[in-house]
Each structure stands twice: as C-alpha cells, then as structure tokens.
Design a protein around this ligand. Structure first.
Ligand code: PMP
Length: 276
C-alpha cells in the first residue's frame, strides 16, 4: 500500500485522504486561489524567502488575507516531518468558503489553506516540446490556480507525445506551460523579459543571479519564435524540473544541442549552488 501524503488543511496536520473540503470553497467554484511549490533538498527549502514573497504578492493582487508566519511554520513543519529529504511542498491559499456561489465574494471570508509534501528528485530529463499560442489571461505574473490555458495547451501537446509546451503571443515568446524558457543565440543566453504575461519564476531568477556571479550575462528581452528556431540549445526551468534541456520541438524547425557548453555550464553552476 502507498504511504498516504501528509498534508495540512486550515492549520490542522493530517494525511491528505482525511481532509474534507466544502464544495462552496471558492477554490472549487472559481479557482479563487493562489499557490506555491517550494522545493527542498537535503531537508532544506530552496529559496524559501523568495517563494514566500511571491505568495504574498499573488495574494495581495487578489486582495486576499494571508498569515505568512503561519504559512512559513506549516511549510517548515511539512518538510521537517516528512520521511524523505528531497521533494517539494505544494501550498495553496484560497479566499475561503462562500455561503453561495457568487462572483462577488462576501466580505471578510476566512482564508482557507492547504499544503502537502511530496517526494521528488531532480532528474536530468531532456524534454520534447511543442510551440503553441499563449491563450491565457493577462495576469500570468500572479501564481493563481486558474491554469486552464496551461492545462489545455499541455494536454493537447501530450497527444503529440510532448512533455511541455513553449507558448507565444503573436510570435512573441512567453514561457513554458509550467516553466520558464532559456535558449542560446549567438553564444548568448537569452530569456523572455518579465512582464505581466509570464510568471516571475524563482528558478529563473536564481539561475540568472548565480550566472552573474560567474560573469555570465543573461539577456532578458522580447524574443520571437524565429529566435528559438535559430537557437543552438534551449532549456526550461522550474522548482520541480530544475534545468531541463529541450531535445526536440515537434512543430518548429530547430537545431538544439543537448550538450551545448553554455547549458552544461549553467547546469553545473546551478547544481553546485542549490543541489549539492
Ligand atoms: N511559469 C509557469 C507558468 C509555471 O507554472 C512555473 C512553475 N510553477 C514556472 C514558470 C516556473 O516557476 P518556478 O521556477 O518558481 O517554479
């Protein structure tokens, strides 16, 4: 029998199987929730403060109350009480339970929180991806659980045996379905600049900052599909993927080297700092 996941719901620790949620929770009716995925390695959270700051930002954009001290305590407890040392904590903050389904919520609802810890290893896994239209809303800088655009795009790509997608708006590259994009063009590492339409990935920021310490510059700018087509290598970053090189783009002509020296160097620098 599988060991049940350990979780926490509204401050009470239990196995996830025992948690009961109201169908009038606004997480259920409206995805009126924000979340974080905090990775941990050797039982230590990676960039914990950055994840908490992003959660605070996401909640503030939805004018949602969140007790960050309690969130920090619960995430730390999930990590220290788990029987594995490498994994991640999923943590969600929801507006609360409304008496009836209504777009306009009742004032002062009691915020609902939910988290669990899951074992996870950062494994080197080259990805086959496809490019697709970014059909999402205009505030993808908020880490909201409303992810239908991502879900639709990624499941359509799965039918083409892809693990991920790279999205673009009118040819302008945005990000992966659940990751940020990097690629090498003319021997320079490039990544789409942050704007309201992409998530400011924590792994993205960690990598850019760490590369700076080695005097390797990352160009943050507007890039187009042609730039990706002309790239000599490309990879995606996220809290659970780390750095995942792209082996193939199913619907775009490309020539990607999985072992490009700039990718190998980035990977080595990242792993040395965060995964050793
Ligand atoms: N963009 C999207 C849309 C994502 O879902 C994620 C993963 N949560 C990322 C980027 C990467 O962010 P992070 O490095 O903080 O995991």
């Amino acid at each position: 029998m599988k060991t049940p996941l350990k979780g926490v719901f509204n401050g009470a620790f239990d196995t996830v199987d025992n948690i009961k949620i109201s169908p009038f929770s606004r997480a259920y009716t409206f995805s009126d929730s924000v979340y974080e995925v905090v990775p941990f390695f050797n039982s230590t959270a990676i960039a914990f403060d950055d994840h908490i700051k992003r959660l605070e930002f996401s909640a503030s954009q939805l004018a949602m109350a969140v007790d960050l001290k309690e969130v920090i305590f619960e995430i730390n407890s999930l990590i220290t009480s788990s029987e594995f040392s490498n994994g991640y904590v999923y943590y969600q903050v929801t507006r609360g339970v409304d008496p009836l389904r209504s777009h306009i919520h009742e004032p002062n609802l009691k915020t609902e929180t939910f988290g669990y810890a899951k074992a996870h290893l950062f494994q080197w896994k080259p990805l086959r991806v496809s490019v697709c239209d970014d059909i999402r809303w205009g505030r993808c800088d908020i880490k909201s659980t409303s992810l239908l655009g991502n879900v639709m795009n990624m499941n359509a790509a799965k039918l083409d045996n892809c693990d991920e997608v790279i999205m673009h708006k009118d040819n302008l590259l945005t990000e992966g379905g659940a990751s940020n994009l990097f690629f090498v063009k003319n021997d320079l590492i490039c990544t789409p600049a942050l704007n309201g339409n992409i998530l400011p990935g924590i792994t993205r920021a960690l990598l850019i900052n760490e590369l700076k310490n080695y005097s390797i510059e990352v160009i943050e700018d507007n890039f187009r599909l042609e730039d990706l087509s002309n790239a000599s290598c490309a990879w995606l970053t996220s809290a659970t993927k780390g750095l995942a090189p792209i082996s193939e783009i199913s619907n775009l002509e490309s020539h990607l080297d999985l072992y490009h020296p700039l990718f190998k160097k980035s990977e080595e620098i990242f792993n040395k700092k965060f995964l050793s």
